[in-house]
Design a protein around this ligand. Structure first.
Ligand SMILES: [Ca+2]
Ligand SMILES: [Ca+2]
Length: 166
């Protein structure tokens, strides 16, 4: 009888020792999500403009903006607050004068710049160039990005907008 009690005591001590070991520290879920690139297809979103088919465009589609037209996109930052560089990829066949592009995030203008030709009046509409459009510190959550085109020959086609963590 005595040997059974001793064995039970050892077993209990053993399990107690195992359970008392500290668990590994778990990082918080937010810290585990790295900041990462956000890519927006211009043919999504809401506002002015017409969607065009272009075989070399990302997703096969662009958004045509005429002078005075404005389009906006809602996007989400899923990681912690970080600074992002914004770039815009577009096609702009050489028809005439270039357009002034204005990009804003959450209502704040990031950059206004004169766009450039991506090629001639025929092939140029299926060739794409990428311009920087400023940088902004963006917090976790949803934001609104907008692009407005003004002046020029009346045609520019936005393909894609990319936000890259700096
Ligand atoms: Ca143009
Ligand atoms: Ca596209």
């Amino acid at each position: 009888m005595r040997s059974w009690i001793a064995l039970a005591a050892i077993t209990l001590a053993g399990s107690a020792g195992c359970a008392s070991q500290p668990l590994p520290t778990q990082p918080s879920p937010v810290a585990m999500i790295p900041t990462r690139q956000v890519a927006i297809e211009a043919e999504t979103g809401t506002g002015d403009g017409d969607v065009r088919q272009r075989s070399r465009a990302s997703g096969g589609l662009t958004l045509h903006l005429a002078p005075g037209e404005r389009h906006q996109w809602i996007f989400a930052i899923s990681g912690e607050s970080s600074r992002y560089a914004v770039s815009v990829t577009y096609a702009n066949g050489q028809e005439g004068p270039n357009e002034l592009m204005t990009l804003s995030i959450d209502g704040v203008t990031m950059r206004s710049w004169m766009n450039r030709d991506s090629g001639d009046a025929i092939e140029g509409w299926n060739l794409f160039v990428t311009d920087p459009a400023g940088a902004s510190t963006l917090a976790f959550g949803t934001h609104m990005l907008a692009i407005e085109s003004s002046g020029g020959d009346g045609c520019v086609e936005i393909d894609r907008i990319v936000l890259t963590p700096e």
